[in-house]
Design a protein around this ligand. Sequence first.
Ligand code: ADP
Ligand code: MG
Length: 700
Amino acid sequence: MQEKTLKNIFRENVFNDAVMRERLPKQTYNALRKTIDEGLPLDPKVADVVANAMKDWAIEKGATHFTHWFQPLTGITAEKHESFISPTPDGKVITEFSGKELIKGEPDASSFPSGGLRATFEARGYTAWDCTSPAFVRDNVLYIPTAFCSYTGEALDLKTPLLRSMEALSKEALRVLRLFGNTTSKRVITTVGPEQEYFLIDKKLYEKRKDLILTGRTLFGAKPPKGQEMEDHYFGTIRERVSTFMKELDEELWKLGISAKTEHNEVAPAQHELAPIFNTTNIATDHNQLTMDIMKKVALRNDLVCLLHEKPFAGVNGSGKHNNWSMSTDDGINLLDPGKTPHENAQFLVFLCSVIKAIDEYADLLRVSCATPGNDHRLGANEAPPAIISIFLGDQLTDILEQIGENGGATNSKQGGELKIGVTTLPTLHKDSTDRNRTSPFAFTGNKFEFRMVGSSSSIATANYILNTIVAEVLSEVADRLENATNFDEEVQKILKEIVTNHKRVIFNGNGYSEEWVKEAEKRGLPNISSTVDAIPALLKDKNVKVMEKHGVLSKVELESRYEIMLENYTKTINIEALTMLDIAKRQLLPSVIKFIKEVADSINAAKGTGLDVTVDAQSDLLNEVSSLAAEFKKRIDILENAVNNASNIEGDSFAIAKYYRDEVFVKMSELREIGDKLETLVDADIWPLPTYADMLFYV
Ligand code: ADP
Ligand code: MG
């Protein structure tokens, strides 16, 4: 693509700042900008003017409809299209779009998960315009990003708590900044660049796999002769079909202002990654949702299917989403950038240590932010970070913190004099020297943290609103103390020393995949929560409810509803997987195996029928082996079926039911798969009804 064309299409379909400046009266533009930049409430009169300009612009872009686009607790996005058409008394139509329609929508909330909130309150739901994320036109529809809540204001979505957490962090971070003498910054913004992993497989093969269609992952599939052991896929040349897909994808994303930047092959065969340039946590979340959706659609157009599941294929790496996170002021200061002067160093160390403390104290909350049944297959499976949350800082920073812990100040390059944190030197950190560890769940990478536990199909909203909130909490504690300190420098020093002493256990620079680390982490008292079901109760722990409530991000009731929804989602997911597995086993695999048995038996009879003295040992052996495996397969089908049927008899709450699904149903599923996969290696390839791993992973 020509550079000129690229420049022209970037943000072409976004109601972006340049468009607003051009189309809105100056006063309206300024009022709207104030709302976007400073979070001030929007004047309804302004909304009418904006709505009208937005409509005209959208219609020029081909839009006939608008939609309030929101992110219910299903984790995907929702939309209902309404046309701009309005009838006139003389039987004609005009196009209309009012400020009211822009600001507020009233979708029927009763079909979205509410985790009991609806029962307690009202069936009605509201969507409210989020003007901090720009509207855009896609497929002839004007999309308006919105927050979704109940009649009484309880959040029914992922965006509301994210926006609330951004406010909370901004407020507390500004308090700290003011104490360090910053008088100019107006807001602190949390930023995120999510690296998205995905698989691409041939559509024709996908269509033959009910498991992929219904559950997003393969429930059967023997290990292929070749996996990822040659390490020849990572950063390898991109095949033509994939490259066509990527080009089309980029173009679509750019038009929507999504700055897709890096694209490459990942570790597993057929696996790829896309990273955008970072944005505010709010916009990055919206963009990531759009990216996932567009990836799927562009893939289909190319006769490919994009798999976003965390573990579509057993035995090769799964997919995640590296959530690169930082905090910046509105005037462009990255608070996790170590900076060059001692003064900046002290401020940097305060922000850095606040993150460290937050991660250690709320590790359980952060863990639950990426707990999904799909992600259970990855975390701790030596391909993704372990389920234990720890922080990688690199040698240089760890050394500095150790000095702080021991002496109360880093003395490294100082020649005598006072040991004050504010005047010690922090050597310039090279980004490269810190980003060498690939096994840590939470790694400092020069001027940001990379949270690597998020699953590939999840919205990044949850991880980020939790991250924002827990860091806001520690910053507020720090601000409380510093505001009341008689000697600022000494108090800073004291706080840092305390944090390092109390929380150094969470810092780990070694190999997170090793057995030793699991033992060491246990000694250090770090939680190792290996399953979603065990992670979820953290949502209701007192300290966690307290922190979410204190910062106005989620109330106890809202947390309870999320707790219910997550457990329900776990149970439903495993239930669907088990039923799909049974369907495939009973109606596809077993019949094929029987057909094959018949073929072998026929061959024995035919050979004997010739009257010649030929051996049928090969057939007999095979017949024996396949027949006994078939018998075992049938037995395990029955066992799994019983386990699923028995679920309705489980007494207890949603937690007990989810636990049953994990300990009984899920275990029986693995047992059934084991035999199915063995059979796959024995049965005639022409008879086996499912495309194999080798077919799917190596033929795109
Ligand atoms: P890698 O992880 O391969 O070293 P980069 O460090 O360049 O790659 O960036 C990875 C992601 O982190 C990109 O999406 C990038 O935009 C994002 N990123 C860079 N700086 C920040 C920041 N200050 N805040 C949030 N994300 C950032
Ligand atoms: Mg990275």
